[in-house]
Ligand binder design. Sequence first.
Ligand code: ZN
Length: 308
Amino acid sequence: MAWWSRTGGLQTESKKSVPKGIWAKCERCSTTIYDGDLDTNLRVCKSCGHHFRMPTDGRIEMIIDPGVWQEHDTTLESADPLGFRVDGKRYSDSIKSAAKKVGPGDAYRAGTSAIGGIPVEVGFFVFEFMGGSMGSVVGEKIARQFERALASRRPAIVFSASGGARMQEGVLSLMQMAKTSAARSRLREAHVPYISVLLHPTTGGVAASIAMLGDIIIAEPDALIGFAGPRVIEQTIRQQLPPGFQRSEFLLEHGMVDMVVPRGDLRATLERSLRWFAGAPGESGHAAAGSNGVGTDPAPGANGTGHA
Ligand SMILES: [Zn+2]
């Protein structure tokens, strides 16, 4: 009798499915974690330190000073210049259903805010919205964020989590790499700091432009960061890639990122970096910070004198 026909007497452990939204399983150490506990621990596994993906809402809440959030450009919408369809589904319909599920504003949210009382122009890729892909709306929102930073001399911060350029917009999405990079270079000329935070995953055209252009580049642990996927590279160079390739720690070792910072320390690290910029010789942050705060509750130290 063939082995596959003898399944009748075989006793297997019945597969218990994990109810969605109550329990989560760590993909690194396989520990089952109560979702509420995961939330209180900033969606980091207590057993092994694995960083689960954090929803953008939670991310914003975790980073900024409570209640200091003036969001911009929420009504920008992508046109569908190519009349793009994939599997019969129109691109414009994909945008509509993503907006319905995730919220308006495409795959990027930007706001005037403060971190530790220091005013900032901060933006977040929304990975939940079509994989955080950068189309013309995302590019425009980043460019506007940098323009506000330039005009107000507030430091700019971008949290990247993206699959890259949005293929449904063809060459227009590729042009966002040049557009955002040009806006970023104007900040550099004016000595306005820009901090880039790389989350899992930061790939494609976003990694190849705005994400890797920070004055300081910070990555969360074990984030996938790179332009092309490992398989494409292996096939091209016909060599096996080293272990840990394209992960935060590998990039730190090879000088591509400045710091790998666990999620729990991210806010404090940003605050320290912002204070360093504000107090660094030759920076005009001294005068600018504190005079243009938003919200109603500027925290102590908002005058940016660099006393950490
Ligand atoms: Zn784990």
